[in-house]
Design a protein around this ligand. Structure first.
Ligand SMILES: Cc1ncc(COP(=O)(O)O)c(C=O)c1O
Length: 464
């Protein structure tokens, strides 16, 4: 089914009385790669188009476009705060390029002392691990064999390093298994031991409602990317208490971050300006803010229920395929909530081969590899940690082989426009591949056709 003709049947339409299509999909293509990136919601595209004629320099001029753009940009911050239930007096929204960018911004906003610890988990995407290594001592709480996280293990670690843990940096949902740590409980634990909590919400906000403040409980920092929540216009948001962003010079400096500059001195502006060097991506912020509003009006509880039903369908369908191994929790009933991500491997067929067969022979887009989460994928595959010698050998061999592949898996990830038929098509395709894993005779021809189609579409982007 064409994604453009699909709607989420039980969800309220974001605009108008008659349900418009939620997203414009690629005809004939089943997108099961939402964890990587999502298409634009139609309302997001419309919002960008509405803002475009008035686009001007934010904070930069006196003409109507500039004045309007400055106000619009401010309004985008409020929309994001509202989406998360933040408090405009206490919280600031920092816009940036994406979650990775903003975790780097955050890591340089905290005034770490030598010996300070950032606790990360074995579930993290590289983007919520590597930036912390540059600014503090990183201690890891390992995932269990199925990619879950034990709160007891987190508490034991907080206790062991008590007094030195400044931050617990944890994902809101794993991009490999869909597992959702209990963020509320982890926030309580972090605070009990004098640490703050940062939630990498890149995989969460398009699937579940996330609140900065719930009663007495508060999340200190949250970041997410527009392109994973149907606003693929190069923006992301980082939210936290204002004072947390005003302790240090910014990660990136330049125009827009300063009040007074002399040849040898400068004084930094308050947050969020201090963190936003250069001309801001206004249209990206508009897209992201509009997506926040659309997701709220769709009602994320309805979205979540539908996604759970589809995820159960996928897990049952895949489990029935001979030679297919599912990773993550084996609980097909989803007694513990998870976002719609299903990782697997087919016995005897390399993960990249499976993804290629799905794409070329069946018109289904998934992702294969380690999903920028090598520690977790390695653990799920049951591989022992690399010794120093093995690490050196592997890095050397991959350096000489740009297309050299790490061990990995295949990931199908669901989104707002995923249908039951999409799931069934994936299951049928995998059953066929499992029954006969040899590349189809028409594979080369299809690859050529794909190249030609891509060239034609790119020409269309630049035409006339
Ligand atoms: C859990 C998680 N965190 C962070 C990121 C990085 O997001 P971005 O590439 O938008 O910076 C991703 C991307 O896949 C992710 O899944």
């Amino acid at each position: 089914m064409n994604a453009s003709s699909r709607t989420a049947p039980s969800a309220k339409p974001p605009l108008d009385d008659k349900p418009p299509p939620l997203c414009e999909g690629t005809p004939g293509y089943v997108n099961l790669d939402h964890a990587a990136t999502t298409p634009a919601l139609v309302v997001v595209k419309q919002a960008v188009e509405a803002a475009l004629p008035y686009y001007g320099g934010v904070h930069r001029g006196s003409g109507l476009p500039s004045e309007l753009s400055t106000e619009l940009y401010q309004r985008c911050r409020l929309e994001v705060l509202q989406f998360l239930g933040g408090d405009a007096l206490r919280h600031v929204v920092v816009f940036g390029r994406n979650t990775t960018d903003l975790i780097n911004v955050l890591s340089h906003s905290i005034a770490f002392e030598p010996g300070d610890v950032v606790l990360v988990t074995g579930l993290e995407h590289h983007s919520n691990d590597l930036p912390w290594r540059r600014v503090a001592r990183v201690v890891r709480v390992e995932a269990d064999a199925q990619g879950g996280l034990s709160e007891d293990a987190v508490e034991a670690c907080l206790k062991r390093h008590q007094g030195r843990v400044r931050l617990l940096a944890v994902t809101g949902a794993s991009n490999v298994t869909g597992y959702m740590p209990d963020i509320g409980l982890l926030a309580d634990l972090a605070h009990r031991y004098g640490a703050k909590i940062f939630v990498d919400a890149a995989q969460l906000v398009a699937h579940r409602s996330l609140r900065l403040v719930t009663g007495e409980r508060e999340l200190d920092f949250v970041a997410f990317s527009g392109h994973k929540m149907y606003a693929p216009f190069g923006s992301g948001a980082l939210v936290g208490a204002r004072e947390s962003f005003e302790q240090r010079p910014p990660f990136a400096s330049g125009g827009g971050t300063v009040s007074v500059v002399t040849p040898d001195r400068q004084s930094w502006l308050n947050a969020p300006h201090r963190q936003e060097a250069g001309t801001p991506n206004l249209l990206g912020a508009v897209a992201l803010a509009r997506a926040c509003r659309a997701l709220t009006s769709l009602d994320l509880r309805v979205v979540a229920e539908r996604e759970r039903t589809l995820t159960r369908r996928a897990l049952r369908g895949l489990r029935a395929i001979p030679g297919l191994t599912l990773y993550g929790s084996p609980d097909l009933e989803l007694r513990r909530d998870r976002v719609g991500i299903v990782p697997f491997n087919l016995q005897g067929v390399e993960h990249g081969e499976v993804a290629e067969a799905l794409a070329l022979d069946h018109g289904i887009g998934v992702r294969s590899g380690c999903f920028c989460a090598q520690p977790l994928v390695t653990r799920l595959l049951g591989r022992p940690e690399l010794s120093s010698l093995e690490y050196l050998a592997l890095t050397r061999s991959l350096r000489n082989q740009p297309d050299g592949r790490m061990p990995g898996m295949v990931r199908a990830s669901l989104g707002l426009c995923t249908s039951e038929e999409d799931i069934d098509r994936l299951c049928r395709a995998l059953a066929e591949i499992a029954a006969d894993p040899r590349p189809s005779r028409r594979r080369d021809e299809r690859r050529r056709q794909r190249r030609a189609e891509i060239a034609r579409l790119i020409m269309g982007v630049f035409a006339p």
